[in-house]
Each structure stands twice: as structure tokens, then as C-alpha cells.
Write a protein that binds this ligand. Structure first.
Ligand code: C2E
Ligand code: CA
Ligand code: CA
Ligand code: CA
Length: 277
């Protein structure tokens, strides 16, 4: 709300009404998005901090509606989570991503695919089976799959159920990475209770890079090292950020510097970046 002082309440309630209306319209349109073929997936590389070679590609959903245009994931994912549509949408993402990934030319054997999973997906019946069946259908080895979950899973009422699902994924050989690390709470005390192979340091810290943000990044790396797990820094846009993160011993990096989310990612984006004078 931009309004201040007199009239601010009116501005606020108009904003509020407009937001509610947009939400209702998007919510309605989202119900038909999968069936109407409006959703797609893009891939963004995650590179080794030292070699800058792609280690994995993260799958990100995109939604383009013929009337409403492009709607950002920041806007429609929370909506899909609230309505439960995320389960259907998530299943679409798994299928679309594996299908594409299995057909990439010259894909390196060690290259992995990272999928985001909301807690609503994890606790929905059949999540592990859906993932497993899709992996089998497209000939993708479980060890080539990474599941990214936010640290909200630690605070959630469904902690036991979530923990059970994560251990089943681990038993299959699938890795778990904690997304947006440092933005939630109660994560540190419970990190050891979950089968986690890496933490993704939230891009807000990389962007700020002020003394406090540096302290949080260093702290995260130190915790990860003590737990014997890896770190991924997100939102890396400049060579300066990359150099600083490398000095802080971050394991992997991801961001526009190395590659934007794309339909058909170039297989060596980082090498081109690194080769630039
Ligand atoms: P996230 O998992 O933290 O994904 C990172 C977001 O940062 C993505 O936004 C990505 O496009 C963006 N990003 C990557 N590198 C940079 C950079 O260098 N600079 C900047 N400014 N941004 C960068 P996106 O695609 O809009 O996704 C937003 C969020 O929506 C994701 O955050 C994730 O929480 C959720 N999401 C996206 N796809 C899926 C999905 O398939 N399933 C689920 N459950 N959630 C998804
Ligand atoms: Ca993610
Ligand atoms: Ca993130
Ligand atoms: Ca996020």
C-alpha cells in the first residue's frame, strides 16, 4: 500500500479487494492449467563452485495462460499449495522434467536433476510411488534425482510423516537438499533428524552480502561441513559474488551468472562464462 495518512485505509482496502479478485481469477484459471497444457518446465544449471561444470539442473515450473499471460511461480505456487492443486501440478512437473531430461543429448552420467517438492506433495499419498514410477518410465536412476524441500518441513505438524517420506527417498538413493536455508526457523536443532545431503543458502543472503549476510553464509557452510554435507549458493549473478562464495568454500553455485532457467539448457554455460576475460 502506497497511501499514507488520510485516505490510506481506502487505498489499502482497494488494493486488498483487487488482490482478492486477482487471486480468485488466478485460482480458477489454475484449476484448468494442467489439463489445458498451460504449464511447462524450465531447467537451470547448478555448477561446481571450483570447476564451474554443471552438476545438476533444477526444474522450475512456468505458467502461461492465454488470457492472463505469464504468471510467476512466486505467485501461483503458493496458490497451488493452498488449494492442494500442487499435487497434480507437481506430478506434471515430475513427468515433464523426466521426459525432457531422459532425451537430452550428450547428458553426462553424473549430471542430476533437482525437483522442488512442497510439503503438501510430500505428505500426499503416493508421492514416492509417483516419483519412482516416473523415474522407471524414463530410465532415470534414483541417484540422479535430487528433491529440494524448504526448511518449513522441520517446523511442520507433519514432521513424522515428512521424515518417513524423506527416509524412503533416501533408501531409494534419492538425495534431499534443504531449500531457502536460513530463512525459516528451528532448522539447526533438527537438521540431524533428517536425511539431508546439502543445504541451499537462500539468494537473499547472496544478494545482500553485507557483514550480517556473510556471517550467515559462513555459519551455514561451517554447519554443513560439520554435518559432512554440501552447500549450494543460489542467486549468484556476478563474478564478485562467485569469487566471494568460492572463498567461503561453498560447494555448488546457481544463478544467472551460470545460466538462466531455460527450456533446453546449453550444456556448458559456465565454461563460456569462465572463459570470458
Ligand atoms: P526456489 O526453489 O528457491 O527457486 C529459485 C528461484 O530463483 C527461481 O524462481 C529462479 O528462477 C530464481 N533465480 C535463479 N537464479 C537467479 C538469479 O541469479 N537471480 C534472481 N534474481 N533469481 C534467480 P522461480 O522460477 O520464479 O520460482 C520461484 C519459486 O517457486 C521457487 O523458489 C520454488 O519455491 C517454487 N517453484 C518453482 N517450481 C516449482 C515446482 O516445480 N514445484 C514446487 N513445489 N515449487 C516450485
Ligand atoms: Ca528450489
Ligand atoms: Ca531457494
Ligand atoms: Ca524460494
Amino acid at each position: 500500500a502506497k497511501g499514507r495518512g488520510r485516505g490510506a485505509t481506502v487505498v489499502f482496502s482497494e488494493d486488498f479487494a483487487a488482490r482478492q479478485e486477482r487471486k480468485a481469477i488466478l485460482g480458477q484459471a489454475l484449476k484448468g492449467a494442467v489439463g489445458n497444457g498451460e504449464l511447462s518446465v524450465v531447467f537451470q544449471p547448478i555448477v561446481d563452485a571450483v570447476t564451474q561444470e554443471p552438476e545438476a539442473y533444477e526444474v522450475l515450473l512456468r505458467w502461461t495462460n492465454p488470457v492472463l499471460g505469464r504468471i510467476s511461480a512466486e505467485e501461483f505456487i503458493p496458490m497451488a499449495e493452498e488449494t492442494g492443486l500442487i499435487v497434480e501440478i507437481g506430478a506434471f512437473a515430475i513427468d515433464a522434467a523426466f521426459s525432457r531430461f531422459s532425451r537430452w543429448p550428450q547428458r553426462k552420467e553424473s549430471c542430476r536433476i533437482a525437483l522442488n517438492a512442497s510439503i503438501q506433495q510430500l505428505i500426499a499419498p503416493g508421492y514416492v510411488e509417483t516419483l519412482r514410477a516416473a523415474a522407471r518410465r524414463y530410465g532415470i536412476a534414483p541417484k540422479a534425482i535430487v528433491i529440494e524441500v524448504t526448511e518449513s518441513i522441520f517446523a511442520d505438524a507433519y514432521m513424522d510423516l515428512t521424515q518417513n517420506v524423506l527416509f524412503r527417498l533416501q533408501d531409494l538413493g534419492i538425495d534431499i537438499h534443504i531449500d531457502d536455508f536460513g530463512t525459516g526457523f528451528s532448522s539447526l536443532s533438527r537438521l540431524h533428524e533428517m536425511p539431508v545431503q546439502a543445504i541451499k543458502i537462500d539468494q537473499s543472503f547472496v544478494r545482500r552480502m553485507d557483514p550480517q549476510a556473510v556471517a550467515i553464509i559462513e555459519g551455514s557452510v561451517s554447519i554443513a561441513e560439520k554435518f559432512g554435507i554440501a552447500t549450494v549458493a543460489e542467486g549468484v549473478e556476478t563474478q564478485a559474488q562467485a569469487a566471494q562464495l568460492r572463498a567461503m568454500r561453498v560447494t555448488y553455485m546457481q544463478g544467472y551468472l551460470f545460466g538462466r532457467p531455460e527450456i533446453a539448457p546449453t550444456l556448458t554455460p559456465a565454461t563460456e562464462t569462465a572463459a570470458a576475460p
